[in-house]
Ligand binder design. Sequence first.
Ligand code: PLP
Length: 395
Amino acid sequence: MGNKETIELAKSVLTKNYNQRPIVLVRGKGTSVWDADGKKYLDFTVGIAVNNLGHCYTIVNKAVQKQMTKLGHISNLYYNEPQANYAKALIDNIYKGRVFFCNSGAEANEAALKLVRKYSIEKFGKPKTEILAFEGGFHGRTMGALSMTSDKSYKEGFGSLISGIKHVPYNSIEAVEKAINKKTAAIIVEPVQSESGVHVPTVKFVQKLAKLASANKSLLVFDEIQTGFGRTGNLFAFKHFKVKPDIVTMAKAVANGFPMGVMFAKEEIAKSLTLGSHASTFGGHPAICAGALATLQELTKEGTIEHAREMGRYLMLKLTGMKNSLASIKEVRGMGLLVGVELAYPCAPIADRCAESGLLLNCVTERTIRLMPPITVTKQEIDKALNILGKVLKI
Ligand SMILES: Cc1ncc(COP(=O)(O)O)c(C=O)c1O
């Protein structure tokens, strides 16, 4: 089938909650993808910060295939080797704690939400009923995660959500100081807000936040669902800020394209996830864990993260140069290879024209284009992508 036939079929059978670009992708390798009509694109979206090692990364795919020929799904009624091995490897790259495996970012945040509530009852004898989240924050779309997400338009029509969630301005320690109190069970924060247009907080803000949380006996939850696994030029963004969150939620790039979510919690807090208190049928699937382990091994190989950092600097430098010569670019923001370009006008037509010219990027807000190439991207690919973007912005 070509693009047209598949789109017609999809439109007749799928729910209508996505605004899909009229392209059917059929093949991918590294930074490139091809559509059903054979057209090639540079992919600066990579499944929304998922394929951090690029599309169809052979080592990860082979690890999953190999495990699938041995043993596929078994549930958590039994132990499995890849799950235990991956948990150990991941913890070795964070710090002492425990992990719970699930299937998506929203699920990882749901697990965190349940855990902070249960921990507060067990620790203090009565529940702390409030959670601080941030304006512009995105944490997923299931009912609990949606309650912590700030954008009201995502909540319309769904009735009552979880109570006790307060949203305060991002990057404002004064706002947190005002809002935090004895009832604050946790503060959930993205180390870089991506969905609200790519906003990077100051190191001072994040470090002060960690101190305030600790002084107030509130847990600090880092949502690293989008920032994790090399995206910001470090394995996790919390490493840039030199803080140790109590809970870290992860998903997206965990297994370079295979669905997986993780909630990490420090040992003392993880204890509250007692027998039967939480579960996931598919969580910790042997083949996905084999893929996640292969992903982590590749990401922690000498040079991989350094390359991401270098490419992030290069991308930022080139974009800053473009900003200086193009009035259409108002601001360039980002960390590592998570970059937002704010335009002086709506960006949807720009993203459309880029796609026509062979570059996929997305509009994360009305005026902000987001660029998230794989961390394996090359200088030549960045040059090619920015050449397309520059030409489109000059039209
Ligand atoms: C920071 C953050 N948290 C949570 C989520 C939700 O993840 P998922 O779509 O896997 O449920 C996202 C997805 O974009 C995200 O960017």
